[in-house]
Design a protein around this ligand. Structure first.
Ligand code: FE2
Ligand code: FE2
Length: 294
C-alpha cells in the first residue's frame, strides 16, 4: 500500500482546516427548542429497535430512549476526545513546531476542543446525564492517554472515529432526527474526515516502522479498544430513562440482530482497513469476535 508523504498530507489537511472549520457557538442555534416528535437517532439505530422490549414501549418512550442513547454516545465521544487530545499533545511536545505535521496535530486538537464543548452543550441541552465509562475502562483510558504511541494509538483512534462517523453521517441527513442532533453530527462529520485521513495514513506509516514483537502486543491492545467501542457505545444506564433494568436492556441489545447489524455496518470500513494492515488477529481475536464489529 502506497502511503503519501507525511508533510504533503499535513499541508493539505491544514489548508482544508482553514477552509472548513466550524464554530459550534456560532453555527448552532442553542436557544432553539427541541422539536416534538422527532427522534434523537434514526429509530432503527436504537439498541433496542425491533426487540420484545421495544414492543412494550410507547412512541414517546422510544423517542426518550434515543435521546439518552445519543447523549451516551456523545459522552463516550467526549471521553475519547479527551484521551486523543492528550495523545496528540504528547506527540507535539516531541515534534518540530515548524513542520506541517506537528502543526496539523495541534490543529486537530483545536478541532477536538470545539467538539468536546459542542458535545457537552448538547448533552446539557438534551437534559441527560453524562454517561461515564466504568472503572476498568476509566483506568484503561488513563493508561492509554499517558503511554500510547505508534500503531496501537492510531488504530484505537481510528476505530472510535470511523464508527462514530458512520452513525453521524447517517443521522445528519435523516429528516426524522432532531435538527440539533443533525447539525452537531454534520459539523462533526465534516471535521472528522480530516482526522480519519490523518490517522489512516499515520497508522500505515507506523505499522511499517514497527517490529514483529511490537505489532503482536499492539494487536491485543487494538482488539481491546475495538471491544470497548463496539460493546460500550451505549451505556446500559440509558435504559433506566424508560423504566428498563440496565442489565435486561443490555442483554436484549447484545442479542438484538438489528443492533448487531448496526455495529457491523458502522465498523465495516475500519475493519477492512485494519485487516489490510494485518492488525486483526492473534490472541485478541476473541475480543474482536465479541466486539460486534466483525
Ligand atoms: Fe471530534
Ligand atoms: Fe477526531
Amino acid at each position: 500500500m502506497a502511503v503519501p508523504d507525511r508533510a504533503q498530507t499535513a499541508t493539505r489537511l491544514l489548508r482544508s482546516s482553514a477552509e472548513h472549520s466550524y464554530d459550534p457557538d456560532v453555527e448552532i442555534d442553542w436557544e432553539a427548542p427541541l422539536v416534538a416528535g422527532r427522534w434523537f437517532t434514526p429509530q432503527h439505530r436504537s439498541t433496542l429497535y425491533g426487540t420484545d422490549l421495544w414492543a412494550t414501549l410507547s412512541e414517546e418512550q422510544r423517542i426518550t430512549l434515543t435521546r439518552h442513547e445519543v447523549a451516551s454516545i456523545a459522552s463516550l465521544g467526549v471521553w475519547f476526545e479527551t484521551i486523543l487530545m492528550q495523545l496528540l499533545i504528547r506527540e507535539y511536545y516531541r515534534a518540530d513546531p515548524t513542520s506541517a505535521h506537528a502543526q496539523y496535530a495541534l490543529t486537530e486538537i483545536a478541532d477536538e476542543c470545539r467538539h468536546s464543548v459542542m458535545f457537552g452543550r448538547m448533552i446539557d441541552k438534551l437534559d441527560c446525564p453524562v454517561y461515564r465509562v466504568g472503572a476498568f475502562d476509566d483506568a484503561l483510558g488513563r493508561w492509554i492517554a499517558a503511554t500510547a504511541t505508534g500503531p496501537r494509538m492510531y488504530a484505537a483512534i481510528l476505530i472510535a472515529e470511523e464508527i462514530l462517523d458512520a452513525l453521524q453521517r447517517e443521522a445528519s441527513t435523516d429528516e426524522t432526527v432532531q435538527p440539533l442532533v443533525r447539525m452537531v453530527s454534520r459539523i462533526h462529520v465534516i471535521e472528522e474526515a480530516r482526522h480519519v485521513r490523518y490517522a489512516r495514513e499515520e497508522l500505515a506509516r507506523q505499522v511499517r516502522a514497527a517490529g514483529t514483537r511490537r505489532l503482536a502486543f499492539d494487536r491485543l491492545i487494538i482488539a481491546r479498544a475495538a471491544y470497548l467501542t463496539g460493546r460500550r457505545i451505549v451505556n446500559p444506564e440509558v435504559y433506566r430513562s424508560v423504566g428498563i433494568d440496565p442489565r435486561a436492556g443490555r442483554r436484549a441489545a447484545l442479542a438484538n440482530p438489528h443492533h448487531r447489524e448496526t455495529m457491523r455496518w458502522a465498523g465495516e470500513r475500519v475493519v477492512a482497513y485494519l485487516r489490510e494492515l494485518d492488525l486483526i488477529g492473534g490472541p485478541g481475536l476473541s475480543l474482536w469476535r465479541r466486539s460486534l464489529l466483525l
